[in-house]
Write a protein that binds this ligand. Sequence first.
Ligand code: SAH
Length: 281
Amino acid sequence: MTTASQNITPDHVADYYDRLTDVFGEAADGNLHFGYWPHPHDGSPLGAAADRLTDHLIGKLGDVAGRRVLDVGCGSGKPAVRLALSARAEVVGVTVSPVQVERATALAEREDVADRVRFVCADAMTLPFPDASFDAVWALECMFHMPSPAQVLGEISRVLRPGGRLAVMDVVQREPVTTLDRDAVERGHSMFAVPAHIELAEYPRLILGAGLRLEEMADLGDEIIRPSTEALGRAAAANPAAFAAAFGVDTERFETLMAEWVRITAALHLGYVVLTAKRPA
Ligand code: SAH
């Protein structure tokens, strides 16, 4: 069971990222995902720790040199470009945000990989690609935005070639929420355009249900969630006007929301799943 289900649709998510991509990107050096601190207090800033998390997932994807990789929920393209550069893969990224397609396309051009990295505006619930058209798929911190994760995993399985690998990182709930103030949770979720977080224990069943075979799964929450939320909190506190404007509220309201968010995140017992699965050959 998940915490809350609300009417957050891909259109809401698109609007959210059209507004927030630049402020979040500035805080994490172009990434729109959390950072990874396997050695606590090593002092690395959010951007470097976020790149480290991308590299962790690149390691999990295996050898994709010259292969076609789908990046589901590609953000502003930083992870896709990093994958193309370090693993020499060909990457197609999809996002629901037209602003992100622009940012990501410009980044690929700047980094001189536009010949093998491209971005399209599309909904992962109905991927606009033929069956078995990708050698690998990755989905970095986007599943919690999906109204139906099962449908998205079904689509991923469909476009993945037999024997191809999926790598996922996602913010999850470690346990069912039973005692929390559900209104506060709903406010938190709607602030961040989250229909619901998947429960950690539910992931293997979802993967299996999509016709995929789970290879490995780990919860890295302790090295990711708290230091990342603290780093993001510091970024927001350093530039409250820009964050408030992007969230569409005044600064005072934003500060109230942030305080509430810190409380909710602590109470939600969030974990961070990193998993790989294969489409059986
Ligand atoms: N993977 C990127 C961005 C993570 S932010 C990174 O790690 O930096 C979440 C991303 O998921 C955004 O790009 C958002 O547009 C995308 N997303 C959310 N819902 C989506 C949907 N239904 N279809 C396609 N992309 C979606």
